[in-house]
Design a protein around this ligand. Sequence first.
Ligand code: ZN
Ligand code: ZN
Length: 148
Amino acid sequence: MVRVLLKYLFIYLKNKIFRDLIEPTLDEIEAKMREAELAPHEGKRKVETLWPIFKIHHQKSRYIYDLYYKRKTISKELYEYCLKQSIGDKNLIAQWKKQGYENLCCLRCIQPRDTNFNKKCICRVPKEKLEEGKVVECVHCGCRGCSG
Ligand SMILES: [Zn+2]
Ligand SMILES: [Zn+2]
């Protein structure tokens, strides 16, 4: 009996934390996403119109990641629930745990492209290895440098 009650209490708390803590921020992010999708595309290159979408996707994963790993405000169970609901990108987060990938913008930027001799995306090149004054802007996601 007590176990059943505890189980319900736990589910209740989990839902409450989700509603009070996570949902409002997610709603904000979702609103930004819709705005980005509806933003006028004139004068922009086709790839550029996708940049805000990648950025927001990144933000969402980062939010969940921070809640669990940095701020430690959500339980493992709730964290895994968020991943299951695709609120955070599991594969992207897995990269953030690796040294040098803590700020990785998106998975596409570390995929080797055969056309480019395995060349790294410009945004993955460490700042000290770039020519001075070079403006970094990745064509895939608009990232301005995410190594280190
Ligand atoms: Zn990047
Ligand atoms: Zn890139």
